[in-house]
Structure formats: C-alpha cells, structure tokens
Design a protein around this ligand. Structure first.
Ligand SMILES: Cc1ncc(COP(=O)(O)O)c(C=O)c1O
Length: 405
C-alpha cells in the first residue's frame, strides 16, 4: 500500500479514559487501612499520625507551602478557599471563561456571582480583559485550565495593584510551575484535584494550600475538623484555631485515610510521571506541528507544564468542518473534545452554557473557544501510540482542510 493510503487506514485502539493502575505500594497501604478499619481521618490509635495528616505534610512540602488540607474533591477545595476568604452571597468573583463547570459551580454554591474573563489564543486568561474588569470584583478565581499557565508575574501585578485576592484552581497544574514557582504558590490559596483523570488518582479528592495561618485554620474548621484540629500536621498552631473556632461553620468535606493511603505513593512518584506525560505531549505536538489549517499552542519557556492533555486550534473553521474532523478522528479511534460545540457534552461545556450565571458575550473569546480541540493523554499511551494518534489527526485535519480550499 502506498504510504499515504497506509496513513489513512491506520486506527488507534487504545482507551482515552484508561489511567494507570494504583501503584502496588498504594494498594498495600490501602489494604492495611481496610484491615485496621480506621478510615476516618481522626480515628487514630495512640500517637498514630494517620495517612491523611501525613499526606498533607508531604503535599505541603511538595509545593513549598506552610499549610495543607486534604479534602473530598477539587470543587470542594475551591469552594472552601472562597468561603475562607469571606466570599458570600451576591459577591462578584472573576474567573475564566475557558474552564470547566466545577469552577463557576463553586462560586455559585456560595451564592456569589461569577463574572467571566476572556481567553487568548494561548488558552490562558486574557490579561487585558482582566485589567479592564479589575474594578468589578475583589476576588479572582484563576483556573489554569488544561494546564496552560498565563504570565503569572503580570497577573499578580494587575491583581496586587487592584487589591484583588487570587485563588488558584490548579486542578490541571499539580506538579507544574511558572518561572520556577510551583503552580498554586502565587495566590493566597490554591486548590488541587485528585479525581481519577487528574495527576494523582484517588477516585475523588483534593487539596488546599496556603501560607496564611488564619485562612488555613478556617479551611480546616470548614472541612469538618470539629475540635480535633490538633491532629493535623501541616496546620497552624492551636492558638490560631482558638481565635476562630466559634465563628466557622462545619461544612463537612474531609478526605479519608483510604484515599490518602493510595495517594501518598503517587505523590512520591509525581515528578517522574510529569516527565513521562511531557514526553508523550512532545511526540503529539511534534506530530501535529505544521499541519495546514491547524495551530499548535506554543508553550512559554517560563512554563513548566504537565502534558496530561493536549489542545490545538482549528482557527476560524466552519462548525460543520470541525464536526467532520471530530467524526473522522472518532472513526479511527481518536477521541477529541470540542469547546465550540453548541451543546454541553460529557465533561465539556462553555461559559454561555452556564445559564445560572449572568453572562456577557465575549466575541473574541468565542472565536478562540470555537476552534479549541482537546484530547486526554493518559499515561497508558505509549510514545508510539502518541505518534500514531498525531498521524491520524494530521491526516484527517489535512483532508478536511483541503476539501475547504
Ligand atoms: C479545571 C477544573 N477545576 C476544578 C475541577 C474540580 O475537581 P473535582 O472533580 O475534583 O471536584 C475540575 C474537575 O474536572 C476541573 O477540570
């Protein structure tokens, strides 16, 4: 078969939703928890620290934060951060137009109002748009959506000047950094997710980190520590809790020892996993680069990202042609998601589909969103798988692009 025909007949048979198994040491640790039966984080024998408290200490060390709280989900971590800084009903919170539903959802869960800030072709928050909205809100919930980190130095300059408190949503940047600063260490608090499709897999779970003692104490009390806060390790001193303990409601969302047990070995292995993700990302990126009609997202040198997913743009393509690409790729086993789809589907939705929020239309962002295609890169894919997937996308995009010309 001539090479171009061979390229058009290749098919990918792997699964885009299959993560790697939990490391054996994690399984052993989980079995130990199941065998002793003390799953609740405060159910401790003698001077036992407990898996959750140890994990919090290890995660705080990993990102270089003073305090860390492990919780039930990333979305819970975000809402808890917003509550801890005092966001309440009617408050406006700025956030990204390009993100996923749990982000505006966390804002809305407090009765607060999300106001969306645009997205650039780099898939990061539009800093000019942010600057123009600086007077509208006292808080920015910054989502590093799909792991794309904006110029954090400029963002912090804008927010510091305007007195905007920054909370970072690092659901896609656990293990990433900007100019050597770990993602999540620019804002006053940061939230991470350990849901199955993220960089560590506990099924569900999340973290909050901060250097602010009072915010940490509030978050711990909010998460449902009752008066057992002295069982924490990555936590402020008891006198900080003494000051706030009568005023902070219990809104339970703790992590349990079982999940923490499977997360601890994953955290120890995370840096190595990031290297493996990025090797896959670069193979995909190299394979897609210079495809006619397709724009790869150039990553800034200051950004150390985690390539657990990849995005590219089909800028200004008509929707029916993008649908054609999606279908053709799907026929060959390659699952792409589209942020320009008219209806929310699966995990993917966009700002004007979150009708509980007051939406102002953003034509420049709409143009970008309409062209974003998105793909998961699970570590179960080999480098050869990634090369094959890139060949399939390249061939199908080229085919549809040529048919437009
Ligand atoms: C950008 C973003 N932020 C926050 C979350 C919330 O994480 P969780 O699913 O752990 O609540 C997600 C989850 O998909 C996400 O993609």
């Amino acid at each position: 078969m001539p090479p171009h025909k061979q390229r058009m007949s290749e098919r990918f048979t792997g699964s885009f939703t299959q993560q790697e198994p939990i490391p054996e040491v994690g399984i052993e640790a989980a079995l130990a928890v199941l065998r002793h039966g003390r799953l609740h984080r405060y159910n401790l024998a003698g001077d036992e620290a407990g898996e959750v408290a140890l994990l919090e200490q290890e995660f705080a060390d990993f990102v270089g934060a003073k305090y860390c709280l492990a919780v039930a989900s990333g979305g819970y971590a975000i809402a808890t951060a917003l509550r801890a800084i005092g966001v309440g009903p009617g408050d406006v919170v700025l956030s990204n137009a390009f993100t996923l539903a749990p982000v505006p959802g966390a804002i809305t869960s407090l009765g607060a109002k999300p106001v969306f800030v645009g997205v650039t072709e780099a898939l990061t928050i539009d800093l000019d748009d942010l600057e123009s909205r600086a007077g509208q809100a006292g808080v920015l919930l910054l989502s590093h959506m799909r792991g794309h980190i904006c110029d954090m130095d400029r963002l912090m300059e804008i927010c510091d000047r305007a007195g905007i408190v920054v909370i970072e949503d690092c659901a896609h940047t656990m293990g990433a950094s900007w100019n050597g600063v770990a993602s999540g260490r620019h804002g006053v608090m940061a939230a991470y997710s350990c849901q199955t499709y993220k960089h560590m897999n506990a099924g569900e779970g999340g973290f909050l980190v901060t250097d602010d003692a009072e915010l940490a104490a509030k978050a711990i009390m909010l998460s449902g520590s009752y008066m057992l806060y002295d069982r924490h390790r990555a936590a402020p001193a008891p006198e900080v809790f003494e000051r706030i303990k009568y005023d902070v409601p219990n809104i339970s969302g703790r992590m349990d020892n079982l999940r923490a047990a499977i997360l601890r070995p994953q955290l120890a292995a995370l840096a190595g996993q990031v290297t493996r993700w990025n090797a896959r990302y670069r193979v995909l990126e190299d394979g897609l680069r210079d495809t006619p009609g397709l724009q790869v997202i150039e990553r800034p040198v200051a950004e150390h990202f985690v390539g657990s997913s990849i995005q590219f743009l089909l800028p200004d393509w008509p929707s029916d042609k993008i649908k054609d690409v999606l279908q053709r790729c799907a026929n060959r086993g390659v699952e792409l998601k589209w942020f320009g789809a008219p209806e929310p589907a699966g995990f993917t939705s966009k700002y004007d589909q979150w009708r509980y929020a007051e939406v102002h239309m953003m034509p420049a962002s709409d143009r970008v969103l309409a062209g974003i295609l998105d793909m998961r890169v699970p570590l179960t894919f080999s480098l050869e798988d990634c090369a094959l997937i890139a060949r399939i996308i390249r061939a199908e995009v080229s085919m549809v692009f040529q048919s437009q010309a």
